[in-house]
Design a protein around this ligand. Structure first.
Ligand code: SAH
Ligand code: SF4
Length: 365
């Protein structure tokens, strides 16, 4: 099997070049061709000598996951379904807005953490995505959007923000996620700002500390409950990494974070975590941490056992937080009308997809 160059960050590509007897600057050239130009064909890399192109073709491929479908909703939200083999599909969603364009990326097929209200969690864990599969989502989206993008929106690039909020827990696929983040930030690749790349985690404390050291980007933490008793039920990993320890990890993270706040995500579940008393408890919990609160109306899926909080409950909850001085946003729904078009191939992924559409822009900040 050939080596897939999409699996390499700058360091890996430099190592690969050394192995085939090429200088480090070739790695930079390759990075630019692959990621900036979206080129998958060595023959088209015009500033590489023919001999080198032949050597590359013999040793390696540039192989992103295959696109199975590509849909754009009337509001401009665009969604790709990518095949990652064995009948598994992952989805990538692009949300264009006036001042930014946000891409939501998956990190795993399924998820092992089994949060009660999450359809991915219900599916169980299948496997980690490779770097090629994670960065391949950005590779495709960037290529497709660049072809059609006009900078009417007053920005130069179609994708300005990334959120790791698709399927999976990014911090339990640590090495591949960090290598992918490195590529997102690399000036020879996608050159995104650290402040505009957000990892969302259910609170894997040791990995939060490692991320802070290895590749500090913006952080969103899925809190969902104001106390351990309830969080133990909703987010089972809380039994291992309880709230106090999680908040201490957030404070440590803030010492080297590119942004001076953490985003707390809070899914709004009718009659479960959406009372005024719980909002007050939440205020007490997070009031000393620089943070923003992002309330996510629950997206139902079959047999979930939960209902979405009413609009009234959401606004009451939000008002309590805002009156206490916490910056709070409620996520909007976008791109819903294309979810159904994905067909059977999306299979189990579809539930997640609809959720993803609701879950993006605010967290991107
Ligand atoms: N595993 C990571 C990132 C992926 S989930 C995490 O848990 O943070 C991204 C966000 O969507 C998380 O805040 C998650 O709790 C939320 N979410 C999961 N299922 C949901 C649902 N059915 N409705 C609304 N939000 C959901
Ligand atoms: Fe996994 Fe996040 Fe879903 Fe929990 S909410 S099961 S951590 S993807």
């Amino acid at each position: 099997m050939s080596i897939n160059l999409l699996d390499f960050d700058a360091k890996g590509l430099t190592g690969f070049c050394a192995e085939i007897g090429e200088k480090p600057f070739r790695a930079r050239q390759l990075l630019r061709w692959i990621h900036r130009a979206g080129e998958a064909d060595f023959d088209a890399m015009s500033d590489l000598a023919k001999g080198l192109r032949e050597k590359l073709s013999a040793a390696a491929v540039i192989e992103p996951p295959k696109v199975i479908s590509d849909h754009t909703a009337p509001d401009g939200t665009r969604k790709w379904l990518l095949s990652v083999g064995a009948g598994n599909g992952i989805e990538t969603v692009y949300i264009p807005e006036k001042s930014r364009g946000t891409l939501c990326i998956s990190s795993q097929v399924g998820c092992a953490l089994a949060c009660a209200f999450c359809s991915t969690g219900r599916q169980g864990f299948n496997r980690n995505l490779t770097v090629a599969e994670i960065i391949g989502q950005l590779w495709w989206a960037n290529k497709a959007l660049t072809e059609t993008f006009t900078s009417e929106a007053g920005r130069e690039r179609p994708i300005t923000n990334i959120v790791m909020m698709g399927m999976g827990e990014p911090l339990t696929n640590f090495e591949n996620v960090v290598m992918s983040l490195d590529l997102m930030l690399d000036d020879n690749a996608y050159g995104l700002s650290r402040r505009r790349v957000t990892v969302s985690t259910s609170g894997i404390i040791p990995a939060m500390d490692r991320l802070r050291e290895r590749c500090p980007v913006a952080l969103a933490v899925s809190l969902h409950a104001p106390n351990d008793a309830l969080r133990d039920q909703l987010v089972p990993i809380n039994r291992k990494y309880p709230i106090r320890e999680l908040l201490a990890a957030c404070e440590r993270y803030l010492q080297s974070a590119p942004r001076d706040f953490i985003t707390f995500e809070y899914v709004m579940l009718d009659g479960v975590n959406d009372s005024v008393a719980q909002a007050r408890e939440l205020v007490q919990l997070v009031r000393d941490i620089p943070c923003k609160l992002n309330l996510i109306p629950f997206n139902p899926f079959p047999d979930s056992g939960f209902r979405r909080s009413s609009a009234n409950a959401v606004s009451r909850f939000r008002d309590v937080l805002m009156e206490a001085g916490l910056v709070t946003t409620v996520r909007k729904t976008r791109g819903d009308d294309i979810a159904a078009a994905c067909g059977q191939l999306a299979g189990k992924v579809l539930d997640k997809t609809r959720r993803v559409h609701r879950s993006i822009a605010e967290a991107a900040g």
